[in-house]
Design a protein around this ligand. Structure first.
Ligand code: ZN
Length: 382
């Protein structure tokens, strides 16, 4: 099986004894938001290997400017702990990270750096824009001006909806091994599955021993589908159409960053850590609005060193009447008048009106379920 990014799966989970000790030390408390609590968990269970903590200033600069960690491993997305108030925090000391939504202690940090953020540079390099209409930029600017860096140890898992659908990298690696999957194709999504996704899934199942469908179920932006509904819609598609022995479905509770190409790299590295050998990257991966060229997320993989997971790139996938099925730009050259583009915007609109979108776009079983359970995220990062 594929090695984790950086060669070793990070695991930093406190034993019961250590946990008791840390909680008895009367450490300084840092109250963190849900997305940071989820990031802390992902660091400590190895999803973000080789990261062992929240980034210090040197690491952050290196990631923003060179898309690599100081040790030379490719890394594209800042994983930082933003704070408003740094009074009382000292490097060389430990602090407790407390989830402010429910006061649960999540992790202990060994503080090695406390620094002021250059948010403009982060926004420009990571998101390619300073526009605060961009949800990732808005999030960055709405949080604290400082960051605290240092390795962390997990005390408790954060509470979050749909946790029961998640698997740790250690667990997926074990499942892949048990099933004898030597090649595993990972599919990232934040949407309910339509027919273009299905086309990619089938290609994934042709190429690999198994397909790992791994939707993001963390915090998203207004207008995205509710995570539970996405997971259930996938289950319906799998139950009705896919060979069960070829598919594994699990959620990934990390927030969407909407960083387009850089997030495609991040998503690929994370799936490598879960034990996948291939990663599907479609058109406008992790994009939002029209901030990114739809194929920037393909090109970026040619601009960085090999990250050790094979990237399978897809262009436009649509339905063609002449070909009589779902095809792609690579497999059909018929004119627009026989083509049905598969658009999530159109699908959402039809569903919100209680109508089934055309079957060329969405399976009827999935459509009926989504009409009955139509629910979109109503507020950014909630
Ligand atoms: Zn055609």
């Amino acid at each position: 099986m594929l090695e984790p990014h950086g060669g070793k799966l990070i695991k930093r989970i406190a034993t019961e004894e250590e946990k008791k000790l840390f909680l008895s030390l009367n450490l300084k408390k840092i109250y963190i938001e849900k997305d940071e609590a989820l990031d802390a968990e992902k660091i400590c269970i190895g999803s973000f290997s080789p990261l062992e903590g929240f980034m210090d200033s040197e690491t952050l600069l290196s990631v923003c400017r060179k898309m690599e960690l100081p040790d030379g491993n490719v890394w594209s997305i800042p994983v930082i702990l933003q704070v408003e108030d740094i009074s009382g925090l000292k490097t060389g000391e430990k602090a407790l990270l407390i989830d402010k939504t429910d006061n649960k202690p999540i992790a202990v940090i060994d503080i090695t750096d406390i620094y002021k953020l250059n948010k403009k540079e982060i926004a420009n390099t990571v998101f390619g824009t300073l526009d605060t209409n961009h949800p990732g930029v808005r999030r960055l600017f709405s949080k604290g001006d400082y960051a605290v860096g240092g390795s962390i140890t997990l005390l408790n898992r954060p509470s979050f909806p749909n946790k029961e659908y998640e698997l740790d990298p250690e667990e997926t690696r074990e499942i892949f091994k048990e099933r004898g999957w030597k090649t595993v194709v990972a599919f990232q999504t934040r949407n309910a599955p339509h027919r273009a996704h299905e086309y990619l899934h089938r290609l994934g199942m042709e190429i690999g021993d198994g397909l790992f469908i791994h939707p993001i179920i963390g915090l998203k932006k207004e207008g995205d589908f509710d995570s539970k509904i996405i997971l259930e819609a996938y289950q319906i598609l799998i139950n009705n159409y896919y060979p069960h022995r070829k598919v594994l479905l699990a959620g990934l509770s990390t927030s969407m960053r909407y960083a387009g190409p850089r997030e495609a790299v991040f998503h690929a590295i994370v799936r490598k850590n879960y034990g996948c050998t291939h990663f599907l990257v479609g058109r406008d991966h992790a994009g939002v609005g029209d901030y990114y060229d739809p194929f920037a997320a393909h090109r970026i993989f040619e601009e960085i060193p090999d990250i050790g997971i094979k990237i399978i790139k897809f262009s436009n996938v649509y339905h063609c009447k002449r070909c009589g099925g779902i095809v792609s730009e690579n497999t059909c050259s018929h004119p627009d008048d026989v083509i049905t583009k598969i658009s999530m915007t159109k699908i959402r609109k039809a569903l919100s009106e209680g109508k089934r979108p055309p079957p060329e776009m969405l399976r009827e079983e999935v459509a009926d379920f989504l009409i009955k359970n139509f629910y979109l995220v109503t507020e950014d990062y909630r």
